[in-house]
Design a protein around this ligand. Structure first.
Ligand SMILES: Cc1cc2nc3c(=O)[nH]c(=O)nc-3n(C[C@H](O)[C@H](O)[C@H](O)COP(=O)(O)OP(=O)(O)OC[C@H]3O[C@@H](n4cnc5c(N)ncnc54)[C@H](O)[C@@H]3O)c2cc1C
Length: 391
């Protein structure tokens, strides 16, 4: 009997991680990716222990070590003075994976290399999933490009990002909406004097975050500000003069860092309510299911968690009930993930609001953070970072 076969739409972090998790459980996968190549996309990523332990279980510890920095702390500072409000230690506790800082593209390359080494994963690049129909036996997926080309499998996993076609095909009627925030991002050469962790600068209507990436050779800097109108795409160039004005009242350290940026790319931030994560033999994971604002740095982590939980449910159902168990497995996956995904989305939105508070409310926020202190901050985020898949 041939191995069960799944189709995954999208070779982003969600899709590639899902492919690895499924393939390791003996399920063959075809990953269909609309883009024709994998260039630089996005900037830095923080991979916290909740998703880092899944990557370790996929034997990616060594390749990740070559490209990531292990963060020691997350330090929150005031925008204007640069004074420290609080620092949360994120050094790994015994048996915990590190809190990794890396370029999104480096993580993508590590995943892609692993995918290419698996004989039961096929990667189809330059082809988008257009339509899908399902029946009691499986799904049939129609690709764009060559007319009428189809793939079939026991399930379709929609890992096709915040503008998911699969979500649309499932009849979702909640389009993404502009949040009023835009992220300016850049990558700078490191001088060696930067903090070996994540630094946040909180200002009124704006904040900045920076941390080392590329094994410490570069610094990822993102400045998030409020904006009137939304524009699409990663590749919109930002005018440095606008940015200079924006950081004019920032601390000298932040101003100097921003001034040394060679160029800026601007990304408008969209939000979207969570989708039903499964419908029959079709499931949604990652941004396709629940795009997350970057204020908790958890979008990719949530996608990686989804991938592991989905693979566990699917493999268990195939083992006990065979192909007939697939819809039940996907429903169980959706149930297992809904509350956590919604909580991460909500907390990210809340952070956005509190990060950007103006005077005098920001004084109250800073007081609460200082009272929490290093240990209190760590305890506050245990629900997030200590998460483990039940299986
Ligand atoms: C400024 C910023 C900072 C961030 N920082 C962090 C962070 O520190 N930590 C963190 O965990 N997350 C962070 N995130 C979030 C994170 O980048 C995303 O949540 C994550 O990358 C989503 O991965 P994905 O695979 O679900 O989607 P995507 O990365 O969007 O991948 C989807 C893929 O599907 C493909 N595709 C689309 N349509 C089709 C189709 N019809 N058929 C086939 N393929 C298709 C696309 O080409 C793409 O390759 C940040 C986001 C932003 C904007």
């Amino acid at each position: 009997m041939s191995a069960p076969h799944c189709v995954i739409a999208g070779a982003g972090i969600a899709g590639l991680t899902a492919a690895l998790c499924l393939a390791r459980r003996g399920i063959a996968v075809t990953v269909v990716e609309k883009r024709t190549g994998f260039g630089e996309l996005g900037a830095g990523l923080q991979i916290a222990p909740n998703s880092g332990r899944i990557l370790d279980d996929l034997d990616l510890t060594l390749p990740l070590k070559r490209v990531a920095v292990s963060s020691r702390a997350l330090t929150i500072r005031r925008w204007g003075s640069g004074g420290e409000i609080v620092a949360m230690p994120v050094e790994p506790e015994p048996g915990q994976p590190p809190y990794r800082l890396l370029k999104r593209n480096d993580l993508h390359t590590v995943l892609l290399d692993a995918v290419r080494s698996m004989p039961n994963i096929r990667l189809l690049v330059g082809r988008g999933v257009q339509e899908t129909v399902q029946d009691e036996q499986g799904v049939t997926v129609t690709l764009d490009g060559r007319s009428g080309e189809t793939l079939s499998g026991i399930a379709l996993i929609g890992a096709d990002g915040g503008r998911s076609r699969i979500r649309e095909v499932l009849g979702d009627e909640h389009p993404p909406s502009f949040t009023g925030y835009e992220a300016w991002r850049t990558v700078l050469p490191a001088t060696g004097k930067e903090a070996p962790g994540v630094t946040l600068h909180l200002g009124s209507g704006r904040h900045a975050v920076h941390y080392p990436v590329a094994a410490g050779r570069e610094i990822n800097l993102v400045i998030i500000r409020q904006a009137q109108e939304a524009r699409e795409g990663w590749s919109r160039e930002g005018d440095p003069a606008i940015l200079r004005e924006h950081v004019a009242k920032a601390s000298p350290a932040l101003r100097a860092l921003a001034a040394s940026a060679p160029s800026w790319l601007v990304w408008s931030l969209f939000d979207r309510s969570p989708a039903a994560m499964a419908q029959g033999r079709v499931a949604l994971i990652g941004d396709a299911a629940h795009p997350v604002l970057p204020f908790l740095a958890q979008g990719a982590s949530l996608a990686i968690e989804d991938a592991a939980v989905l693979a566990r449910h699917l493999a268990a159902a195939l083992g006990s009930a065979g192909n007939a168990g697939v819809p039940m497995a996907l429903a169980a996956f959706a149930e297992a993930r809904a509350a956590r995904a919604a909580r991460v989305q909500d907390e990210s939105r809340r952070n956005g609001r509190t990060y950007h508070l103006g005077m005098p409310l920001s004084l109250g926020r800073d007081l609460v953070l200082r009272r929490l202190g290093a240990r209190g901050m760590r305890e506050r985020y245990r629900w997030l970072y200590d998460w483990r898949d039940a299986g």
